[in-house]
Design a protein around this ligand. Structure first.
Ligand code: PLP
Length: 404
């Protein structure tokens, strides 16, 4: 058996389809963001580039409150956790952060995971398993972590059309009221930027006696008076049974969590394998995340500046005729519609214009909808926006891409 050839063939197939992933090797020196250093090869002198696709949406990764909390935590020994939560790995910083997250979402409790991915996978797997004969209704655009969690739960899965209330209700109608069900969906869909009609989904959930599980990964820190997410902004956070979030995007660090009633959190804590059998988050990260969450609960200026940058970028793209997907969120997807062209546009942005944005290809998005996904932040100035749109205009001409 030639294992090497089998693996090589798999990689060749990816290359042939234009889907082989190449990572940009970056360094984000303090005080420079969104400017960064790009190492074209590990040994080459780094080149200065502007990052336009980071999920550190509000630049909290370098915020002074985060840096201070991290330094203090390291200096007082809160480095690695030293164990799973059950075996010597529950630190004061974890418990404090969980209390803060519960407060952020006005829920009774919260539970930390090492990533948002693990939070979704573990929580959905546990809930679907614990509710006998459970059906999970899942939006067709849900993130892979939710899909994997649902798969692991062993529950029956029904996929409803993206943000389609009529389709969701059709499925609910055909299920017995007494059968346990969970509607699993996201608030902001990260690749299209579409936003879920949360109040209408929670109303359907009430009508058909379903639990709601809402992934707010791309919304926590960003929406709502406290940064609690879109459910908070729409005034329906208490209608959602389980809110899931990440500490790795707007909060600028890493880790994930769920926030829900005491019983639900206790069940996932007690039955969730991905929680039980994994070393807990480094307490220094938990301490810094608490500082970040607390800061964004009390400050809206980062959110306001970020929204202004989004507005300005959209206006500049419109003026230049660069096609971008309309939505009500902070995500600006510029549509290319071809894997090779999306890669070529991204390569040219980086090598010729010093602008870094990763091409988004299948399976992250459907074939034929390949795109460049821009995430303007508070530090993307008008000058950087103008520079980006000038570069995109040059590339649209160079690659003969259609304009609006
Ligand atoms: N949910 C959604 C919608 C995501 O886009 C992601 C990651 O990008 C995750 C969950 C996983 O979160 P994390 O990056 O914290 O693992």
């Amino acid at each position: 058996m030639n294992y090497s050839e089998i693996f090589q063939n798999q990689l060749t197939a990816l290359r042939t389809e234009g889907r082989y992933r190449q990572f940009a090797e970056l360094e984000r020196p303090l005080g420079m963001y969104p400017r960064a250093r790009w190492f074209q090869t590990p040994d080459a002198e780094p080149k200065e580039v502007v990052i336009w696709c980071s999920n550190d949406y509000l630049s909290m990764g370098h915020h002074p409150v985060v840096l201070t909390a991290l330094h203090q935590a390291v200096d007082t020994g809160a480095t690695g956790a030293g164990g799973t939560r059950n075996i010597a790995g529950t630190h004061h910083a974890h418990v404090q952060l969980e209390q803060t997250l519960a407060l952020l979402h006005s829920k009774e409790a919260a539970l930390l995971f090492t990533s948002g991915y693990s939070a979704n996978q573990t929580a959905l797997a546990s809930l679907g398993l614990l509710l006998e004969d459970c059906v999970i209704l899942s939006d067709d655009s849900n993130h892979n972590s939710m899909i994997e969690g649902i798969k692991r739960s062993g529950a029956r899965k029904i996929i409803f059309k993206h943000n389609d209330l009529a389709d969701l209700e059709q499925h609910l109608l055909h299920l017995p009221l007494a059968q346990p069900k969970i509607i699993a969906f996201e608030s902001v869909y990260s690749m299209s930027g579409s936003i879920a009609p949360i109040p209408k989904i929670t109303a359907l959930a009430r009508k058909y006696q379903a639990l709601t599980y809402l992934d707010e990964v791309h919304a926590v820190g960003m929406y709502g008076a406290l940064g609690g997410g879109v459910a908070q902004e729409m005034g329906v956070a208490d209608e959602v049974d389980i809110i899931q979030g990440t500490l790795g995007k707007a909060f600028g660090l890493s880790g994930g969590y769920i926030s829900a009633s005491k019983e639900i959190v206790d069940c996932v804590r007690s039955f969730g394998n991905g929680f039980i059998f994994s070393t807990s988050l480094p307490p220094m990260i938990a301490a810094a995340a608490k500082a970040s969450v607390t800061h964004l609960m009390g400050s809206s200026s980062e959110r306001a500046q970020q929204r202004e940058a989004v507005r300005r970028l959209r206006a500049a793209l419109k003026q230049a005729g660069i096609p971008n997907l309309a939505n009500d969120s902070h995500i600006v997807p510029v549509m290319v519609g071809d894997a090779f062209l999306a890669k070529a546009a991204s390569d040219r942005l980086l090598t010729v214009h010093g602008i870094y944005v990763q091409p988004i290809n299948y399976p992250t998005v459907a074939r034929g909808t390949e795109r460049l996904r821009f995430t303007p932040g508070p530090k993307h100035t008008q000058e950087l926006i103008d520079q980006l749109v000038t570069a995109l205009s040059e590339i649209w001409a160079h690659l003969k891409l259609p304009r609006l």
